[in-house]
Design a protein around this ligand. Structure first.
Ligand SMILES: [Fe+2]
Length: 295
């Protein structure tokens, strides 16, 4: 299996209008369409949607969608999944912008979609709001990290980029250091969702923009050791943690097996490894995460 990219996330929310206002006015996504059930589909650029909001009693991650690589069909992907004992449903017109998708559960009971193509909108980046470049990664808090790592590696073709001891794994499906993270906790939910910004200046503008909307940062700016991205974290109206990051490590050549050298790396070459859970792995610039991030 080859995953081309993380396409979208869907959230359940009891506050669709507040979430919609935040993800358009603050994050800078564009409302594409509303569903008859009150759902809302938002795009960043190019793809029909990057985020979908669904009215529900309780908030939380509803699903994640991955686009599969061009070298395979959805039918082949479904066969591969079934061969590995996974229950897969093929769905037609289950959401706008995607004609056909597969739906199944990962080991942490998170609903995953696979699709071949999504409708595209051929328009430039909008100009109001933060306007991230893309949905970068989703981090899931799970009970069994190794089980999730094995599934994403063996079933979905992800590679392990780094571990922090045996409780936090960072996995990539393309050049980006991580597209999915799994963190061992007592609870099971989305830990955070992360959007990629262009550069450090974009992070600065984003922080000023958050301030204008009375949204405080809960951690950062800082630079992670693992992945080396500059990060900031804040909460969306549902209290979910949103990371805005830039300068994430990239592995351009899988055969070489190291991340492109950067001045802030501690090792040359910087290869996938197991890190100790200390400040060096967590934040080169010095501050450990507050309880809102750890819990
Ligand atoms: Fe992250």
């Amino acid at each position: 299996m080859q995953i081309a990219k993380l396409g979208y996330a869907g959230f359940n929310t009891p506050n669709v209008e507040a979430m919609l206002a935040y993800y358009t006015n603050v994050i800078g996504f564009t409302l594409v369409e509303r569903g008859g059930d009150g759902s809302a589909y938002l795009r960043s650029v190019l793809d029909h949607h990057t985020l979908a909001l669904y009215p529900a009693q309780e908030n939380g991650l509803r699903h994640i969608g991955f686009q599969i690589g061009a070298g395979q069909t959805l039918k082949e992907a479904a066969e591969q999944l079934r061969e590995q004992g996974i229950t897969v449903e093929t769905q037609s017109d289950a959401q706008p912008g995607i004609a056909e998708q597969l739906q199944f559960k990962d080991p942490s009971d998170t609903t995953i979609h696979l699709y071949e193509t999504m409708e595209q909108v051929h328009d430039n980046f909008p100009e109001a709001g933060i306007v991230p470049e893309k949905l970068g990664h989703v981090a899931l808090a799970v009970h069994d990290v190794q089980k999730s790592a094995d599934f994403y590696q063996n079933v979905l073709g992800f590679r392990v980029s780094d571990w922090i001891e045996d409780f936090f794994v960072f996995m990539r499906c393309g050049p980006d250091h991580h597209t999915m993270n799994f963190l061992r906790t007592k609870y099971r939910k989305m830990h955070h969702i992360a959007f990629q910004l262009k550069d450090w200046a974009h992070v600065q503008r984003a922080c000023d923009h958050l301030y204008k909307h009375n949204i405080p940062l809960v951690w950062g700016p800082g630079r992670h050791g693992v992945g080396h991205n500059i990060f900031t974290y804040h909460h969306d109206p549902d209290g979910q943690t949103v990371e805005l990051f830039t300068e994430l490590d990239i592995m351009l050549n899988e055969d070489l097996g190291y991340f492109e050298p950067r001045p802030w790396h501690g090792e040359f070459p910087q290869k996938p490894k197991v890190w100790k859970a200390d400040l060096y792995a967590t934040n080169h610039w010095g501050a450990m995460p507050p309880p809102e991030i750890l819990e």
